[in-house]
Design a protein around this ligand. Structure first.
Ligand code: P6P
Length: 280
């Protein structure tokens, strides 16, 4: 697993440099989910693909930006699913973006996820590795990722990151989100999954939600590249991650680009979600 983490660190440094001056224009292509691909999406994907080329423990890599997986080493133990630059359209307005990685063994499903890594490209470049525990690293001026601290979620937090278009939220979801704000939760939502979930994790807890809505009835976020890795991180940090009813890590996609409604948070907030969705 160490050589996988080292490859991700190498790619993260390359992507952090590319973001600073890259052309953020659109290509004439769309990815498998129908999103318009930015030149920076393609460049980030290429940087990651190059970083994994010599990692013999990786059997294949599968990118959110590609329809099919790329075979690497036939005797490799792991398949790495990744979103090379999540929220890339936010670079244009100089907001934080991120890369997300899930390391799977024995097939791609929530139960087969063995480790997760994400990178936040913000005022600082930070990287979180979830394996035996959840560890925060920060890129130093010398170009190394220095360990900062382990991360855990309190049983109850203060932050609320409500995703999705409010006009399309189901009524019970709207009432639940309104109830949290009525209790004094602070709204923290940038439209970038990685910095939004990173903030809740580092600030002790709360709730990030992207529900099924009338315009995206199966949710927007992708199981393999985004949802499973963060479900792994939040669960290992002492929180929970569900689709409204069952643990997200109990799900198996029928297609690599499948999406799901998702709720990540501290235990008390997830209990509120479970109670809200129990009859819907
Ligand atoms: P909305 C970015 O495009 C992304 O995939 C995630 O990073 C983010 O959480 C979500 O979409 C934002 O979606 O519909 O709230 O703008």
């Amino acid at each position: 697993m160490t050589e996988i983490f080292d490859a991700i660190k190498h790619a993260a440094i390359g992507i952090s440099r590319a973001i600073v001056n890259a052309d953020t224009g659109a290509t004439s292509h769309t990815n498998a989910t129908g999103d318009t691909q930015l030149k920076l999406d393609v460049l980030s994907d290429h940087i990651i693909e190059e970083a994994f080329a010599s990692v013999t423990s990786v059997q294949a890599i599968i990118s959110e930006e590609k329809e099919v997986q790329t075979p690497l080493h036939v005797k490799g133990r792991y398949i790495v699913g990744y979103d090379p630059l999540d929220g890339s359209s936010l670079v244009d307005v100089n907001l934080s973006v991120g890369s997300i990685f899930g390391i799977y063994e024995g097939g791609i499903s929530g139960a087969n996820l063995k480790a997760a890594v994400y990178v936040v490209y913000g005022p600082r470049v930070e990287l979180v590795i979830a394996h035996e525990d959840v560890r925060l690293y920060r890129l130093t001026p010398e170009g190394a990722f220095a360990f900062v601290r382990t991360l855990t979620l309190n049983p109850k937090g203060k932050l609320n990151a409500p995703g999705g278009t409010q006009q399309h939220w189901p009524a019970h979801h709207k009432a639940m989100i309104g109830g949290l704000f009525a209790q004094g939760y602070r709204l923290r939502y940038s439209g970038g999954m990685v910095p939004d979930l990173h903030q809740i994790l580092l600030k002790g807890g709360g709730l990030f939600s992207y529900p099924a809505t009338s315009d995206v009835p199966k949710g927007k976020l992708r199981m393999v590249f985004e949802v499973f890795p963060f479900a792994f991180v939040y669960t290992l940090a002492g929180g929970e991650a569900i689709d409204g009813n069952v643990p997200l890590l109990s799900l198996t996609p029928s297609h690599a680009h499948d999406t799901t409604p998702c709720f990540f948070g501290s235990r008390e907030e997830i209990a509120t979600v479970r109670a809200t969705y129990a009859n819907h």
